[in-house]
Design a binder for this molecule. Sequence first.
Ligand code: PRX
Length: 682
Amino acid sequence: MSQQTPGTATAHEPATALSATPSGQGDAFENLSHENRRFAPSEEFSANAVVTAEEYTEADADRPAFWATQARGLLSWSKDFTQTLDWSEPPFAKWFVGGEVNAAYNALDRHVEAGRGDRVAIYFEGEPGDTRTYTYAQLTEEVKKAANAFEALGVAKGDRVAVYLPMIPEAVITLLACARIGAIHSVVFGGFSADALRSRIDDAEAKLVVTADGTFRRGKPSALKPAVDEALVQPGHTVQNVIVVKRNGQDVAWTEGRDRWWADTVDAASTEHTAVGHDAEHPLFILYTSGTTGRPKGILHTTGGYLTQTAYTHKAVFDLHPETDVYWCTADVGWITGHSYVAYAPLINGATQVIYEGTPDSPHQGRWWEIVQKYKVSILYTAPTAIRTFMKWGKEIPAGYDLSSIRVLGSVGEPINPEAWMWYREVIGGNAGKNGEKKETPAPIVDTWWQTETGAQMIAPLPGVTAAKPGSAQVPLPGIAVDVVDELGESVPNGHGGFLVIREPWPAMLRGIWNDPERFKETYWSRFETMYFAGDGAKKDDDGDIWLLGRVDDVMNISGHRLSTAEIESALVSHPAVAEAAVVGAADETTGQAIVAFVILRGDAVDSGDATVQELRNHVGKEIGPIAKPKTILVVPELPKTRSGKIMRRLLKDVAEGREVGDASTLADNTVMTQIAQSLKK
Ligand code: PRX
């Protein structure tokens, strides 16, 4: 019998035992180790590349000096810094001490001042097909207006602004306007629920919320404002104003005195606004991400180091030629990729970028390729889950478009399997026109490993330097000290696996968890003293190249989106019918992992089969958001537990992935797995 108190989330087995293969991908590594295809850059590509192999040598010789050079070369500082790195109180780093810099000035005004005001900053493509183009001069004006409007509403330096917007230019404008005045933005992804939004608003004590009436999803209006209204129903919050962008035109409820339209507030504001420098360590934003407990962590990033490393990596990893490239990163601004590689780095670097609001299959499955063809996108940055979806739809679809403009392809968010890598290279990177012509040398792929916490890319090939290997992120970037270590923190030799760590502070590193310095130390700096523990398993191959193997903790990766098992378990047990719940991430061909929940219903609850499952899925949707709805919910009589009451999720994962169940000898009751198997047969 279960000893668990009904209605509580269950304790977990410690997940960091090295024997527990990260995400069950150990066998996959054995196959990957035999991957011997290599794709060196073409001579022409290398000859024109913006960075060369010398950067590694330079960075190795003096890491802080390398970053100081990047900081001064890539950004305009209103006050130069006096010390590159202060690491006197680890793990709390200070980069570019004494320097002052304004993110928005660097992303906007200085390009205009340098005569680049007519360059396109953003090509926006709405899901219904509406378009808008912003030059650097126009975007600068919009951001100045928004900065004035926010200030007029009483938002001052250091105040927090919650942002709950779709992928529209106003999202970028809002972020840059906050940065301009020194307000700290906290973006909440539109796929999160009212409850999730409220808890993030409360944690950060946001003064202003910027949202939209809604957006479009697969041709239909999809609302956002009602979630903001619901989040603010209960009193006790800190929000004074809500600015609403009119996007899809749907009816909205209105709270007089609190709500105001973007058009009445921002569009009406003055276009005069002078940016002042903020301290290099002034907080730029908070972004909540899932950890191993139910409570999301507010990851804190500051200004100078973050801007330096995002700008450097964006230039080096994508081989950015800002005068000629058209860059498109498909990430939503609700995630770190949408912060670093949509809102900040491309604009800091003066690039021209595409922003697309909608889904890849609306109104047809060729939409992305139509966009690439239309804007002549030359750098495309997306996630393996999208690539696998396109593979499923078939290569004839991209073959119907001219993708010859593409010169660099990026991947992020999850391990990319060699099969998807090869498809990406040949079908997308090799397309030389819609008549089925092929490029002689397909575009190089850069698989980029990093995290919300790292702020910027950390491991990635350099497209003009590295001979690429399908499926491997390969090498730490210049100035970054990554290693793979064993249980004791010793570096593993080539050909072996272990835990991914970062040995030295890096400019874009998180500066802490909002309001929780202890949790920051405990989560990242306690597993190995003096090293940052990323939570990922990795192996070094015989060449010393790094292969990412997935998380070694209870964090799942669903379509490149990070969710914790504990978060979903607490949502499930908050439903009156649920006594206990255990969640695992099961391997999924398209989404990388899929959420599978095992639940025990309370004695007095009626199991109505599919209706119960549907109700529980909707309940999770309401508690966390649609992205967290389990793909599968299995009602079971018992959960497998050790004698100390910890759930053996390894066994549940076996069930969820349809494998023979592994060693169950440490279970308190060894009939449990049979009971589960029988209940699932019914
Ligand atoms: O497990 C790693 C995986 O995504 C996690 C970070 O998730 P998040 O903070 O949401 O940031 C995603 C976008 C940067 C990592 O701990 N991950 C990210 N990139 C890769 C990856 N796994 C393998 N290969 C990658 N390129």
